[in-house]
Design a protein around this ligand. Structure first.
Ligand SMILES: C[S@@+](CC[C@H](N)C(=O)[O-])C[C@H]1O[C@@H](n2cnc3c(N)ncnc32)[C@H](O)[C@@H]1O
Length: 209
């Protein structure tokens, strides 16, 4: 089945997100039968869940809305688009949701429309060496260090954004693959992770080289 915002709207339920007041997302339920919906060849439906790293960023933006006010924001590895939507909800000037999964981009579009927010959706792989970078002031990275193969290209891309003048904020629940030596923690939160368990998470920025 081809990914589209309509497909998400017809098959998933629009629901509140615990700990994120004021926004609703199309989220997976036990009876969503996502594998039937997306087909056997699709990537895992990360976009149907709110991940601990993204929720840490949402908590941080709610606690410190000035970190996004008036800024052009990129939600890198957006999944559902929740982090970009929370940034817009808290005063960001604009937000781009970048994800290489077409179902995630469809979910971002459906979730933005459901919350009456304007989220630009980008398919480019910004982790590819030399990829053109969109002009943004702040890069928000929710739970994108979830695979070892992503660590080096993601750090390289974030250094490129930083060299271009963007601030970087990374939310992560201390996953095994998180490159802590390269990061500086700025705040800690308790979040509900994928699966429903509460766990510690933090918001980090990049350490200066
Ligand atoms: C664990 S999910 C986190 C989603 C969301 N940020 C959150 O916190 O709920 C990671 C997302 O990163 C996306 N992703 C993986 N590699 C990527 C890449 N090179 N560029 C952009 N997105 C990527 C996946 O498709 C997935 O949607």
């Amino acid at each position: 089945m081809l990914p589209s915002a309509d497909l998400i709207r017809k098959n998933l339920q629009l629901m509140p997100v615990p700990g994120v007041p004021g926004l609703r997302l199309y989220r997976a339920q036990p009876d969503s039968r996502l594998s039937r919906l997306i087909g056997a060849d699709a990537a895992s439906p990360y976009w149907a869940y709110a991940w601990g790293g993204g929720l840490a960023l949402c908590a941080h933006i709610a606690a410190e809305p000035r970190c996004v006010t008036g800024l052009r924001v990129l939600d890198l590895g957006a999944g559902s688009g929740l982090v970009g939507l929370v940034a817009l909800h808290n005063g960001a000037a604009s937000a781009i949701a970048a994800d290489i999964d077409p179902f995630a981009r469809a979910a971002c579009a459906a979730n933005a429309a459901a919350n009456a927010l304007v989220l630009e959706v980008l398919a480019d792989n910004l982790l590819a060496a030399g990829a053109p970078l969109p002009p943004v002031d702040l890069v928000l990275v929710g739970d994108l260090f979830y695979e070892r193969a992503l660590v080096a290209p993601l750090l390289a891309a974030l250094r490129r954004f930083s060299d271009a003048g963007a601030e970087i904020l990374i939310g992560d629940p201390f996953r095994e693959t998180l490159p802590t030596a390269a990061l500086q923690a700025v705040a800690s939160y308790t979040v509900e992770d994928f699966g429903g368990d509460s766990r510690a998470a933090a918001v980090f920025t990049l350490k200066r080289n």
